[in-house]
Design a protein around this ligand. Structure first.
Ligand SMILES: [Zn+2]
Length: 401
């Protein structure tokens, strides 16, 4: 039956035969278990801060312990995300410490048989040997340091191993891609002199420089300033999906040339051009619905975007597909090589995930799709974690650690 269907496909669309092969469940399981899967961007901490228990089995949103295990996840960078709204009143550092505390106390501390804090590449591998999920900390939004290298050093001491130089807001030392065309925002043309000092201090400490969310000029300055490889912890390809937050081919190849890695984001808006374009269209019905559901509520920028997206989905917008994620991985491989690509899902940070990659339990579907697309076991091991481990080790080595 399957064979007949496969041959029928070949007759109608020859190119599919060259790109797909039949993969057994046993092969998917074997390859998936054999790879150390490191996801460099999971946003569940901002829910944990609000009281969500990662050990619960309610199936809420994208992440909990049982689904992480089901998905065969080896390591997660839990993100201390700091919204731009915390800049008002200088509350960014407080918020950062609050989220780091939630990661350390309410995720790792509360579930020590499931998680262990990892701060080095070796510790990720050791966690795997001990049957635990390695929990790492990344900070999202350079305003978290409140223009103080001392705070950056303290975050490192608390276990943070990357800093995303900006979120969607330009800060006092780095431009973001999120507000580059917004009137009234003071832009710097990339990194200021202090911004370059931040990058150099990260190099000295052994903290990965993350350029997801940054403006193209900030990316160029970070790349030129950093003496160690840099990462995009959760970004996809602009050549396939024309979002300013995605990376151009030139950026991807430059990251690869410096030994870094691009961790592909699963957000429908960053991986499907059809989805992105549909979202960009004004819709009076949507506006009316938005006013109805948000009446009287004060939402942050991220909550506003998420609400709009949820309403569009409810009103019939089609989600992205698992194959879209594979297309982005494939694009990086083609232009920059297999050593330059990894996984940075953005689970719990996005409203729309692709069909088939609904939450953290579904990674084996991605393994199947990659095998079907012709990726080898060794390729998948690199994409899932080998490349990121290589970058972490290079960053540690550059810092003399
Ligand atoms: Zn983000």
């Amino acid at each position: 039956m399957m064979r007949t269907r496969f041959l029928a496909l070949c007759a109608t669309a020859l190119f599919l035969c060259a790109q797909t092969r039949t993969v057994t469940d046993a092969e998917v399981q074997r390859v998936h278990k054999g790879a150390l899967l490191i996801d460099t961007h999971n946003d569940v901490p901002w829910r944990v801060v609000d009281g969500f228990d990662i050990g619960s089995k309610t199936g809420e949103w994208h992440t909990d312990i049982s689904r992480l295990k089901q998905g065969g996840v080896g390591a997660v960078f839990f993100v201390a995300y700091v919204g731009g709204e915390y800049v008002d009143g200088n509350r960014s550092a407080h918020r950062t410490l609050q989220v780091i505390d939630a990661i350390r106390k309410d995720i790792i501390g509360k579930y020590p048989t499931d998680f262990v804090l990892a701060t080095r590449a070796d510790e990720i591998e050791q966690a795997r040997k001990n049957g635990k999920i390695a929990a790492l900390i990344g900070i999202e939004g350079g305003h978290a340091i409140e223009n103080d290298l001392g705070l950056l050093r303290q975050y490192y001491n608390l276990g943070a191993r990357y800093l995303t130089l900006t979120h969607t807001n330009t800060n006092e030392w780095a431009d973001s891609a999120g507000d580059i065309t917004k009137a009234g925002v003071k832009h710097h043309g990339g990194l200021t002199e202090f911004g370059k000092q931040v990058v150099r201090e990260m190099n000295r400490l052994g903290m990965m420089v993350d350029i997801s969310h940054t403006a193209d000029e900030t990316f160029a300055d970070a790349l030129a300033t950093s003496t160690a490889p840099i990462i995009a912890s959760h970004s996809s390809c602009r050549a396939l999906t024309n979002h300013p937050r995605n990376l151009t081919d030139a950026m991807i190849t430059a990251i690869a040339k410096k030994g870094g890695v691009v961790q592909i984001n699963f957000n429908c808006n960053f991986i499907s051009e059809k989805f992105r374009a549909a979202q960009a269209v004004d819709d009076p019905k949507l506006e009316a619905r938005f006013k109805q559901v948000t009446a009287g509520k004060k939402l942050s920028e991220v909550e506003t975007d998420g609400t709009y997206q949820r309403l569009r989905l409810e009103m019939g917008l089609t989600r992205a597909q698992l194959s879209d994620v594979v297309d982005h991985i494939d694009h990086v491989r083609k232009i920059a090589g297999i050593d330059a690509v990894g996984i940075g899902s953005d689970f719990n940070g996005v409203t729309c995930t692709p069909v088939g990659l609904d939450d953290v339990s579904k990674y084996p579907n991605l393994t199947r799709a990659l095998l079907e697309r012709g990726y080898s076991e060794a390729d998948i091991q690199k994409i899932y974690g080998g490349n990121l481990l290589r970058v972490m080790r290079a960053v540690e080595k550059a810092a003399g650690k």
